[in-house]
Ligand binder design. Structure first.
Ligand code: IVH
Length: 676
């Protein structure tokens, strides 16, 4: 058969499958029985395996179940829904505690009490109650903004609609996990790849009656916004949740010491396969709420909690080839293309080799049989080579010295921190001039934490690039929708959905905008710092004219590395064009500074010397939480110099000269009505 003919038949099959899905999921009127459906789906997958050129965005290999509706109203979470940092072994846990003790500036570490809660692998949801009534239910979304799925959530038996208990807070967001029990999932196996997908798909059905058909469960474990809650410990909160009528995890425990955490982790991991629900680790939360508050968050995860994942799955396979992937920041990463193999339920065909040194150190060659590890959501990697099975035909890999995408020379940068050459080799292009980097930059631009454009995933970006529909980020806002509508796998409805999600993102916060540009060393946290300092995109753009890059050094947290990276970004004319075009096409909202009615409102502070009982990081958040700000050098702009143990004399002298007020730690605490 000719290629064209095969493609035609394949696309027709997918269209038919879509129809079956629609009748099954939306109209509740299956056109064929489950067996026929499975065979039909398998035909499509077999075709894809046989002819690698077959691609369709509605393929069952890409979409599981029927696409959920996208038309839910977006609602801001009053308190963001955070994610968790991961730990994999005892050492990670020791480091987790160390960081906490450092943050609290504890010379003599104390024993921390934890709430240890099995981490159910489902979908998180936030339920807002007012005067005991369930008023709204939101999905997590991007953590800041969720989807209003109240009606669907209300169909779940475990979710109380009304709570009469006297001690139930006046207002509270109860948060927890929605999931399907394993035995219930068995009945749905044909439709979804795993219980998590089944829960997610059914939660986002347009028709709540569809959600009701699937036996979803809810387990509560935390809260967001609250008014009138008088509880001081997570373990007490979990007890109260039960009294109020929520289900909690029967395996929750309160534990002390890393040794006990490890023991509990092992015990639960052994029980894992016999549990009624899928868990992928144990969450440890510091039990004391006051301590949690003191510790606060880093980026989008709390400092006071961590997810201790279960051990990795290993598998053995053969390296068929080694390819170089080029990342958004130009890093060249060698990737082993392995003979596809099933590791812990997931088909793996790529494994990272990290860098050139790693290949040499482990003596990894094409044709070698290797041990591969896959842990959680981390990219699988090669652990070791089985030298006994090495074939005489195995081939050494020569790492390219020029970028395989644009041909420019590659370099290993000198790292001034480690005083060593970096292990990573990078393409020297500033960005959009190198095809592979440009594609990665665009993927980053539309990604969840940046512009978060629904329906414009990585594969679609690659496809649009191939078709010359996009070259620079601004092209996303000027897409040729007529051309897209005529592409295979697209139709009127999908194009109109895409257009809608793109138009919705034309208004964006300044911090997300900066982050989306993908400037090296400017992650979410730094983007936030810069946005708070510069306030508007206008000021950002004018950095290129005024060349006042060095002023950014006054932002606590921004250093030479970040400034050099921003300078390089502005030196490139394509980057300037991207900035200018985007500023015309978008509405970038000015940064909103936190309330400035705190105790230290409009006052600037600087520290010198060691503080007692509090780390610099905590002191900084304390100042910012009370509307003050930190500066990093003594100037007329400084209001107070707070002096700790062994201060720098030069700073004190400079402060005296400029008549800056000098405070002891006790005097500074007094300003905050704080005693110790
Ligand atoms: S606490 C404040 N507790 O894990 C930290 N999360 O990676 C976040 N999860 O999105 C929430 N069991 O879906 C918390 N006992 C538990 C949890 C739990 C599962 C999920 C949740 C969250 C993700 C964080």
């Amino acid at each position: 058969m000719k290629k064209k003919q095969i493609e035609k038949e394949y696309n027709a099959k997918i269209q038919k499958l879509n129809k079956f899905n629609k009748f099954y999921y939306e109209n509740d009127n299956p056109l064929i029985d489950d067996r026929e459906y499975d065979n039909f789906k398998k035909d499509i997958l077999d075709l894809e395996n046989k002819y690698s050129y077959l691609k369709n965005r509605n393929s069952p290999s890409l979409i599981v179940g029927f696409k959920p509706s996208k038309n839910f109203k977006k609602v801001l979470h009053k308190v963001p829904m955070l994610s968790l940092a991961n730990a994999f072994d005892k050492e990670d846990l020791i480091n987790f505690e160390k960081k906490i003790m450092n943050y609290l500036n504890q010379k003599n570490p104390f024993e921390i009490e934890y709430s240890a809660e099995p981490k159910i692998d489902g979908i998180s949801a936030s339920l807002s109650y007012k005067s005991g009534n369930l008023v709204t239910g939101l999905s997590r979304g991007d953590g800041k903004e969720g989807e209003d799925i109240t009606e669907n959530l209300k169909t779940i038996d475990d979710i109380p609609h009304k709570i009469l208990s006297k001690d139930f807070p006046e207002e509270i967001d109860i948060r927890g996990e929605i999931f399907i029990q394993n035995d219930d999932f068995k009945k749905l196996k044909n439709k979804f790849a795993n219980p998590r997908n089944a829960a997610s798909g059914s939660l986002r059905q347009k028709n709540p009656l569809e959600t009701k058909k699937i036996p979803l469960k809810f387990i509560a474990y935390t809260y967001g916004f609250e008014k009138g809650m008088k509880i001081h410990k997570q373990s007490d909160f979990l007890k109260k949740l039960k009294e109020w009528g929520f289900k909690t995890n029967p395996l929750n425990k309160t534990l002390k010491s890393i040794q006990n955490l490890m023991k509990n982790h092992k015990e639960i991991e052994n029980k894992r396969s016999s549990l009624e629900f899928d868990i992928d680790g144990i969450v440890y939360k510091i039990n004391d709420f006051k301590l949690q508050k003191r510790l606060g968050n880093v980026a989008n995860a709390p400092r006071w909690a961590v997810a201790h994942k279960f051990s990795a799955n290993n598998g053995i396979s053969k390296i068929e080839n080694i390819e170089i992937q080029i990342g958004r920041t130009g890093a060249l990463t060698p990737v082993a293309k392995i003979k596809p193999t099933n590791i812990g339920g997931v088909m793996v065909s790529n494994a990272t080799l990290h860098n050139e040194e790693e290949i040499i150190r482990k003596d990894i060659r094409i044709g070698d049989t290797v041990l591969i590890e896959r842990a959680g959501d981390v990219i699988p990697h090669v652990i070791s080579v089985d030298l006994k099975l090495r074939d005489a035909k195995s081939k050494k890999f020569t790492f390219p010295l020029n970028c395989p995408s644009c041909g420019l020379k590659t370099i290993k940068e000198y790292n001034s921190l480690t005083k060593k050459e970096d292990a990573v080799r990078r393409c020297t292009s500033e960005g959009f001039e190198c095809e592979k980097i440009a594609i990665e930059k665009i993927k980053h631009f539309v990604s969840k934490e940046a512009f978060n454009i629904d329906g414009l995933g990585k594969k679609i970006v690659e496809n649009f690039w191939k078709l010359n529909l996009i070259r620079l980020p601004q092209d996303i806002f000027k897409l040729n929708y007529i051309k897209i509508e005529n592409l295979d796998g697209w139709g009127k409805q999908s194009v109109s959905n895409l257009k809608y999600s793109i138009n919705q993102k034309k208004t964006i916060s300044f911090e997300k905008f900066i982050f989306a540009l993908g400037i090296r060393h400017i992650g979410l946290e730094n983007a936030k710092l810069i946005s708070k300092n510069l306030i508007s995109i206008k000021n950002f753009i004018s950095l290129s004219k005024t060349k006042k890059f060095n002023d950014l050094i006054n932002i606590d947290g921004i250093g030479e590395t970040q400034i050099n990276s921003i300078k390089n970004f502005f030196l490139n004319t394509t980057n300037l064009k991207v900035l200018n075009d985007l500023s015309k096409l978008l509405k970038v909202k000015d940064a909103v500074l936190p309330k400035d009615d705190g105790l230290l409102s409009n006052k600037t502070f600087m520290f010198t010397g060691k503080l007692t009982g509090i780390s610099r990081a905590e002191a900084k958040s304390l100042i910012e939480d009370n509307s003050g700000s930190i500066v990093s050098n003594v100037s007329k702009k400084l209001d107070y110099l707070v002096v700790g143990e062994k201060p720098t004399k030069r700073k004190i002298d400079a402060a005296k000269k400029l008549k800056v007020r000098i405070l002891s730690q006790t005097e500074w605490y007094k300003m905050l009505n704080k005693t110790s």
